[in-house]
Design a protein around this ligand. Structure first.
Ligand code: UDP
Ligand code: MG
Length: 311
């Protein structure tokens, strides 16, 4: 089958989703049929350790449009979505979470906006009231800091749920980087985009695979993969501290000249020592973060490894 024969490729990453699989397939099918377009459902089993795969195989018997890409282990959601984009043969692709947090009904509107000539159709969350206050606040800060540091404007409150035209998919495939901060890549490739709005609901079954530590790491690699500003921060702090030290030195010198030798200041010495030590460690950490990226990029390892494909 050539690419143009099929209209929609749905990309579904799944990691230990045995509780959601059935409900998801039952919800998605009528929506896709409503678009009156041809479609495939690419299920990427991201190294699930439960019986997600068996359930998918079982579902495939009833829904022949399901194709299963089975990873050799867990590679993370971004890798799973990347694999979906690589394997998709549709004229457009739509990544969607399997926990029904991305409302399937929205696909109809997205497809309509796509047929009107948009290359990317974002699903934008207008209400995050179901997320905890802490999560909403940290998300908010992240976007603020990100947009401040990076040259690219990151669209706020959009997730991985969006429609991408074939043109966009081909552009994305040309990015060789391993550390894929997909939202940033999107801002980078541009294209004509439209937005459909929705209210994000609670996860129906199972638990979120995102711990705060994972989210923090995601934010850090998001910032460092699109901005070198943090590298410059250490230089600015360094300059500022040097200036301070110079002024203080001058002051001590003048005091010695006019008032004689001062008492040995243990406290002030310690303060300066610790302060500088802290700044040096922080700067090293920032530089280390970038060197870490260089290291993982230069290894050129694959983003994911496919164990088998059931199509
Ligand atoms: N997921 C995945 N690999 C992972 C973690 C998650 O494929 O390592 C999938 C998961 O099965 C779900 C989607 O990514 O379909 C979103 O995961 P989750 O609901 O845990 O994230 P959240 O909604 O909290 O952002
Ligand atoms: Mg979720």
């Amino acid at each position: 089958m050539t690419t143009t024969d099929l209209d929609i490729s749905l990309v579904v990453p799944l990691y230990n989703e045995s509780e959601s699989v059935g409900e998801f397939c039952d919800a998605i099918l009528p929506v896709l049929e409503r678009t009156k377009l041809s479609f495939e459902i690419l299920c990427i089993n991201d190294g699930s350790t439960d019986n997600t795969l068996d359930l998918l195989v079982e579902k495939k018997k009833k829904i022949p449009q399901i194709k299963i890409i089975n990873f050799s282990r867990n590679f993370g959601k971004d890798a799973a979505v990347s694999a979906g984009i690589d394997f998709a043969i549709g004229r457009c692709a739509i990544p969607i979470d399997s926990d029904l947090q991305d409302p399937p009904e929205l696909i109809v509107d997205m497809v309509q906006k796509w047929q009107e000539g948009n290359d990317v159709v974002w699903a934008k969350r207008i209400d995050r009231s179901e997320d905890s206050i802490a999560k909403r606040m940290t998300a908010n800060w992240f976007y603020r800091i990100y947009n401040l540091l990076s040259d690219l404007e990151l669209p706020e409150n959009v997730g991985d749920f969006r429609l991408m035209d074939r043109k966009v998919l081909e552009a994305l495939k040309n990015f060789p980087e391993r550390r894929r901060f997909i939202k940033g890549l999107f801002a980078f490739v541009g294209f004509r985009s439209a937005v459909v709005e929705y209210k994000r609901s609670k996860r129906r079954r199972g638990v979120s695979k995102w711990s705060y530590w994972k989210l923090w790491n995601y934010a850090v690699s998001g910032i460092t993969s699109f901005s070198t500003f943090p590298l410059r921060i250490s230089a600015y702090i360094g300059m500022f501290v040097t200036l301070l030290a110079f002024v203080r030195g001058l002051w001590i010198f003048l005091r010695v000249i006019f008032c004689g030798i001062d008492l040995p200041g243990y406290a002030s010495t310690m303060v300066v020592l610790l302060f500088l030590g802290g700044i040096q460690l922080m700067s090293l950490g920032i530089i280390g973060e970038y060197i870490g990226s260089i290291y993982s990029e230069t290894k050129r390892r694959p983003i994911y490894i496919v164990r088998d494909v059931i199509s």
